[in-house]
Design a protein around this ligand. Sequence first.
Ligand code: UN1
Length: 509
Amino acid sequence: MNLKELSSLKVLENNLGSSTGTNWFAAGAKINSYSPTNGQYIGSVISTTKEEYEQVITEAEKAKLIWRDIPAPKRGEIVRQLGEKLRQEKDTLGKLVSYEMGKSYQEGLGEVQEMIDICDFAVGLSRQLYGNTIHSERPGHRMYDQYHPLGLVGIITAFNFPVAVWAWNAALALVCGDVIIWKPSEKTPLCAVACQNIIAEILKENNLPEGISSIVTGDAEVGKWISEDERIALVSATGSTRMGKQVAETVAKRLGKTLLELGGNNAIIVTPSADLKMTIIGAVFGAVGTAGQRCTSTRRLIVHESVYNKVKDSLIEAYKQIKIGDPLDSNNHMGPLIDKAAVQMYLDALGKIQEQGGKILVEGKVLEGEGYESGCYVTPVIAEVENHYPIVQHETFAPILYLIKYTGEVQNAIALQNDVRQGLSSAIMTTNLREAELFLSQNGSDCGIANVNIGTSGAEIGGAFGGEKETGGGRESGSDAWKAYMRRQTNTINYTTSLPLAQGIKFNL
Ligand code: UN1
């Protein structure tokens, strides 16, 4: 790719590291970013030192006092401008996402579209940050609750959605009156720099303090500073369960708030009445889209014995059609994994599948030769397994699809689907109303997302996004997820000349 195409994003200048707005600090160690598509060096950023981190937080604390005092719909106007700018930069930013992260250009564009959508959502929301009014038990009293900004919000994001997950958090936090400090994945730092440049410019144009939105870069150490920092009211973290547990423990020690969106182990149940054409498309997209590196990727297919062989044969046939290569070439369905460490994890998982008794139906290998020089391209795998194998219980961030057979009633499939530690996304393919409703009932899927006749990935921003159990319990994005970014206050007002006490208590002086 010609890097000049990215010039409007200003990501290739040297010495970008942590920043409050347009002011970049640069004393730390260099983090180089290489494209997994071709192994080429793209650019570098400088990791944030502790001293610079303190400067960022000091600026954020100052900005907090100004930002929280601006009316919410006016804050919405800033987020509207962010959405506008993202519309202008959609192609370029989509390209950078594709080049730095390795997902297909179509998916890169889709990710920027999610950013635009959440901005639009947040603009409307900025006039709808409603509380309730409550009837008081005392005469002449009024009661209501209202939502106030939290203050500083730390956002820790993963490489797989290097821009959208920031936007889900940022757009909501900003209309809620919070200031944000973002620690992006060190695997995709340039995507973060591009977003920071965009928002910093908007803040500058509107004469607002740059500390409203900052980034800090680096490894887990920087994440630890955020988690330990009492000045940061909420830490919203997306990534592995291992990382989430560390963040949760550290933030809980100081009784701070967390919003966690961690690993998934998502399954599609395929019932005897499933529309098999839809099932195959949904399953293949869910399993190989983003090279299996979405938290919502389809990992398990739980298929009724009556349609098992048909599903298996159709999948094997479909996998033969998958074109793997440069994600910026629209003829390819699947790009590379993020880096060689991810390739090693994929290879280790393949070894474990066989050791634990699984049968590989579609072989996995690392691709070599022309176009595959980065060493990050692998082929997608299908394996026949049993749900209880340790490797199946574990989220492997790679295009490996497990086929599991169920017999008898749909309850048996639901039990298998729930029998993992994660609880993010789930789906059932059925044309039977009873099965569908049971799957969505309290006796059905235990996941945060449960779909009927749709795959597990590709959630829309309008719904709350997140999951249960080891997925962490947080909800981001749509519905009333905004409430996590605000503090609730209950207000009771007495407009009489006497002071009746609640619960009928008498206290005469
Ligand atoms: C993630 O993988 O972290 O549901 C987010 C989806 C996307 C978001 C995934 N809208 O696939």
